[in-house]
Write a protein that binds this ligand. Sequence first.
Ligand code: SAH
Length: 236
Amino acid sequence: MASGGTTGWQASVITLFPELFPGPLGASVIGRGIERGAFSLETHSLRDFATDRHRTVDDTPAGGGAGMVLRPDILARAIDHAAPEGDTRPRIVMSPRGVPLTQERVRALAAGPGAVIVCGRFEGIDQRVIDARALEEISIGDYVLAGGEVAAMVLIEAVARLLPGVLGAGASAGEESFEDGLLEYPQYTRPQSFEGREIPGVLVSGDHGRVAQWRLEQARELTRTRRPDLWARYRP
Ligand code: SAH
């Protein structure tokens, strides 16, 4: 499957389940980003690179143990097809053992040409293809999913919303959680009164200076109490 234009940020996903894509990436502003050619998303079905009659892609773990491991030779063929020589995109494998994904890495990826993303399944993938194709292991958090597809979607969606033309004019990507090292301040909208709870007065005061000050204080307080790890690194 391929969709989107040939210009813009290019995501190539290697997966046993191409039918899962674009999934949530097809909806709303991200989906429109594909339609407009801000980025493209193509999938490569790992099974297409199997060589035997049964289109086998996995085998039992060397050394024993439960489950199956994706074979390095099949994966390498898929990677070399998705990213032929000269392709400068980073090659990523989604993995719970990887470096945790951050907004900083997302921003760096968005500034590049795209990404080739391998989705693991079962017990994971043979270490030798990670080494041989210099795959960057990225985790979306300290928990274990059944496969890399949802993790790849998380990565692509986080990047896509930063690409020029995706969120559209007036978007506030710069004010969001993590962008300045702080969590975002609380948001409110109408009605003015909800089950006896009012919008904080300062937000309806029309005083932009006080609003900005209030938001900064809230962001700092939230970050200090909820995320001491971020707070320790925060440099205003
Ligand atoms: N046995 C492995 C887990 C395999 S889970 C281990 O203990 O490390 C199957 C696949 O799901 C992985 O190969 C990876 O592609 C994906 N996956 C699971 N959890 C993930 C996470 N937190 N972040 C990114 N990918 C993940």
